[in-house]
Design a protein around this ligand. Structure first.
Ligand code: HT7
Ligand code: ZN
Length: 883
């Protein structure tokens, strides 16, 4: 497949001022009439009028009132070129599309008999011919016409300006969006839907209408999304001075959606997973997910919609910034400083586990890529999560006020424009009078930088030196890397674990401030501290101030001190993870060598002290007590042995269970949350620690804890407790009689929730990730009547979870997991290339496995690569993996 390059950007030959569209909605054949007023862009090197279209039946093309003859244009793939067009053009286009046949869920498609659109990134071209690129911004007026009974609700972007009957059982609605927007933000929804609505008063006093639209029967699950929306509106006003610019803001939930949600102007469309919640179907994690995704899409209204991307290489301009904003929103809502740290730790865990892995694999790319084959493959953790870390580094370097000044200047300069990542950096730099030239490398260089640390204490001179040396591994197409501008937040701890005053040469000392942001800009730099009265322990990269790997050799005692005392909660947690990782690596090596396994008491006692420390937030304790995942342990090895890692980690869990049994039982009992369910931070924290205690207790085979889990499962009144108990029961290594109880519980769960699609997704997910679920079991589950590859949520719940989150079984030595993977990718490729390409990524890191597994993975990759009619989405992923 053909790659396109950032360096080849050419401004559009024509601008579009207005777009008028009429839709005659019919599931089998929708007629679309479009009228574009266009004018030549005198500043462009492109002289032709260029439009894009895909899978369209074109009925009519008229330019300035005259039918376009076939000889007047050329079509090559998705690109139509009209040469010699006048400077001012009115283009009228009629197309016919087939929503019910559209299984790719891009463009206009059908979901449970309703019409839904998804236009980002290039779905608008499946509706009509258009200069479908984000730098072409226009004003849209749209008329929707449809059967009134089947499609009583007709929604579009912006404001509803007219509606009425058409007389023949059909009706219409006319929507006008007052703001210029790129075509990827276009949306329509039509069908049988109901809504929860509310008038909401903005900070300025203006009243707006908020609506959450769902299918019938789901109105009891919309309150949390509505609350999250109101919180988002208030937060953006307070934190960034950004007000909702429309009179109406709508959210629509659909169960057929490729991603989490979409920020279409005034008409956000969501995967049901990020809207629907009540205590009996949604877990605490779901509640938190809804809050952050509702926030994320709402925040796009300014960062993405009002100021958009010049081209898709700039995707992180909107996505990285908006992820940063949604992370800050969720952290601010919790309010407490440990609450913020808990959120930060959760976010960093995802970054390290998924993005660091992407950065070390064949799909590694810079935050602002230089090329791609299929843009849909670049909605990645690098663009989103690493992009957010890049934005967070401005925040760390410039401070709260400085960052806000930068944001204000960004909007003052670019409101209504389509811009580049460099424009954001320039705003941050200019607003603060700071030279951020070198910072550009965070956008242009892929790979996770390493920072090696050497320290030296001179007791006589009372000086302490920290030498930081940075490097960055080669990534595809980038062998040499230049030094990054890395903010390293830090402090020094004395032997009692207290922060010491900081006097660093070249940095101004601030009374009472015991944390400093060092700026590492050279390949190697030494920072010298004076008046250091005793040998300190350095706490570096506090709050994970940069997305790097920090190599520092701490002793167990130093880590113990940091875990017990660091004033930075992130580094407290980090110290615990370092202690755990060290042990899990050793245990894995022991498993491989057939040596006896042992877990030392220093580690167990450190965990016991944390577990029993009632001054600590239970959510924080839960994070410290959670061992690094198997995927994280795998990153410590040159060659990964998934089964040995699994055995080692399970051994450690069983040891913790055995030695902390009494403490775990008491933690369980102390953190019960009787009474009405509430998804507030305090109750969630209690549930998380209680359920972690339960999962540990179940690692040590014991009748009474099994009974505890069984009782929790049958008595629970909320999904968090119920699912945690079910997961525990189904992973229990007990007698056949207990396995029967587990099978019965699973059946019971299915029966109770068979009408709740999102809960059945959990039912598949839980089985996909169970230790005992092998390839044969997955194949059996795929024949279950509730399973289908046609629905992305359902496909992901079983197959993605097995391939990505059950490594010891997926990497079965006979290669059966890879054969299943190949079959699934090939099957999905026909239905939904975007989803297929996501699953294709499961073999990205195949070169990290032993040769006998590598051979089988290569064969599976080659099988997919050789498939006829392979989409460019899947082709790009497997070609890069095999390169
Ligand atoms: N901006 C949205 C991206 C998105 C998307 C992209 C490709 C294919 C389907 C899609 N659905 C949504 C989501 C977001 O970041 O807010
Ligand atoms: Zn986004």
């Amino acid at each position: 497949p053909q790659a396109i390059f950032r360096k080849d950007y050419v401004a559009p030959g024509y601008w579009v001022d207005t777009v008028e569209m009429g839709f005659d909605l019919d599931l089998d054949a929708t007629h679309v009439a479009t009228r574009l007023t266009m004018r030549r862009n005198p500043d462009s090197a492109e002289k032709d009028l260029v439009l894009f279209g895909a899978e369209l039946k074109t009925l009519q093309l008229r330019l300035n009132g005259v039918n376009l003859k076939k000889s007047a244009y050329t079509i090559d793939g998705e690109t139509m070129r009209i040469p010699n067009a006048p400077d001012e053009v009115v283009l009228e286009i009629e197309t016919l599309i087939k929503p019910s046949k559209n299984t790719s869920l891009s463009g206009l498609y059908a979901s449970n008999g309703n019409f839904i659109t998804q236009c980002e990134a290039e779905g608008f071209r499946k509706i009509t011919w258009f200069p479908d690129r984000p730098d072409v911004m226009a004003k849209y007026t749209v008329v929707l016409r449809a059967d009134k009974k089947k499609f009583p609700v007709l929604l579009g972007n912006g404001n509803l300006i007219e509606q009425g009957d058409l007389g023949d059982g059909r009706h219409f609605a006319k929507w006008e969006d007052p703001f210029k927007k790129p075509s990827y933000l276009f949306a329509l929804v039509a069908g049988s839907l109901v809504c929860q609505e509310e008038q909401y008063k903005l900070g300025s006093g203006r009243e707006v209408l908020l609506q959450v639209w769902v299918e019938k029967g789901n109105l009891d699950k919309t309150q949390h999304a509505m609350d999250s929306l109101k919180n988002s509106i208030r937060w953006d006003e307070e934190r960034f001075g950004l007000e909702l610019d429309l009179d109406r803001f709508m959210i629509v939930a659909t169960s057929d959606f490729n991603m989490g949600a979409m920020e279409n102007k005034g008409l956000n469309i969501f995967n049901t997973k990020y809207v629907l919640a009540n205590p009996s179907i949604a877990t605490d994690v779901d509640y938190a997910g809804i809050e952050s995704v509702v926030g994320h899409e709402y925040f796009h209204n300014w960062t993405g919609n009002r100021v958009t991307c010049r081209d898709w290489f700039q995707l992180s301009l909107k996505e990285g910034l908006t992820v940063f904003r949604d992370q800050e929103f969720s952290a601010d809502l919790v309010g407490t400083s440990t609450g913020r740290a808990v959120k930060r730790i959760e976010d960093v865990r995802v970054l390290r586990q998924v993005q660091f892995s992407e950065d070390a694999g064949p799909m590694a790319h810079p935050v602002r890529p230089d090329s791609f084959v299929e843009i849909n493959n670049f909605y990645t953790v690098t663009i989103y999560e690493k992009g957010s870390e890049v934005v967070r580094m401005y925040y760390t370097l410039l401070g709260h006020e400085g960052f806000r000044k930068g944001m204000d200047l960004y909007f003052a300069r670019h409101d209504g424009q389509a811009v580049e990542c460099d424009d954001f950096r320039a705003a941050m730099s200019d607003a603060n009078g700071r030279d951020l030239t070198q910072f550009e490398r965070w956008y242009s260089q892929a790979g996770t930088p390493r920072v090696d640390v050497q320290t030296h204490y001179d007791a006589a001179a009372q000086t302490f030196e920290i030498t930081l040396s940075q490097s960055c591994p080669a990534t595809p197409g980038q062998t040499e890397k230049l030094p990054f501008h890395i903010p390293v937040a830090m402090g020094l701890l004395n032997s009692a674990g207290q922060d010491m005053p900081l006097h660093c040469e070249g940095y101004e000392a601030q009374a009472g401030v015991n944390s400093l942001v060092l700026e590492l800009t050279a390949a190697s730099q030494t920072f010298r501290f004076t008046q250091v009265t005793e040998q300190p322990v350095a706490s570096l990269l506090r709050n994970f101030s940069a997305p790097v790997v920090l190599n520092i050799s701490y002793s167990d005692e130093e880590l113990g001190l940091l875990l017990a005392h660091d004033s930075d909660p992130f580094n407290r947690w980090e110290a615990g993870q370092r202690l755990a990782t060290r042990r899990l690596v050793r245990l894995t090596q022991a498993v491989q060598a057939g040596e006896p396994l042992e877990l030392d008491s220093m580690f167990i006692e450190a965990l016991r002290a944390t577990l029993n420390n009632d001054t600590l937030d239970p959510a924080f304790r839960e994070l410290v007590l959670t061992l690094p995942s198997e995927a994280m342990i795998a990153e410590e090895f040159e060659v990964v042995d998934p089964q040995a890692i699994h055995t080692a980690r399970q051994f450690a869990r069983a040891q913790i269970s055995q030695h902390l049994r009494a403490d775990l039982l008491s933690a369980y009992e102390q953190h019960l949350t009787p009474g009405k369910f509430s998804p507030d931070a305090v109750s969630m924290a209690k549930r998380s620690l209680k359920n972690l205690a339960l999962s540990y207790l179940l690692e040590w085979v014991d009748e009474s804890t099994f009974e505890l889990a069984k009782t929790q499962f049958y008595d629970a009144e909320n999904m968090t407790d119920r699912l945690a108990a079910l997961a525990g029961i189904s992973n229990f290594r007990g007698q056949p009689q207990q396995q029967k109880v587990a099978a019965k519980a699973l059946q019971h769960f299915y029966k109770e929730f068979k009408k709740e699609a999102l809960v059945i997704d959990k039912w598949f997910m839980l089985q996909a990730t169970a230790h005992t679920t092998d390839v044969a079991k997955v194949r059996e589950l795929m024949t279950h009547k509730a399973f289908t590859l046609g629905n992305p949520n359902r496909a992901r719940s079983l197959t993605f979870n097995f391939c990505n989150a059950n490594p010891a079984q997926f990497h079965a030595t006979d290669g059966s997991g890879y054969a299943l993977w190949a079959e699934l990718v090939i099957a999905l490729n026909k239905i939904n290339p975007q989803v297929a390409a996501r699953l294709a990524r499961s073999l990205d890191r195949w070169k990290k496995y032993p040769l006998h597994l590598q051979e089988k993975m290569r064969a599976a990759l080659e099988k997919v690569a050789a498939t006829k009619k392979l989409s460019k989405d899947v082709a790009e992923v497997v070609t890069k993996a095999l390169a």
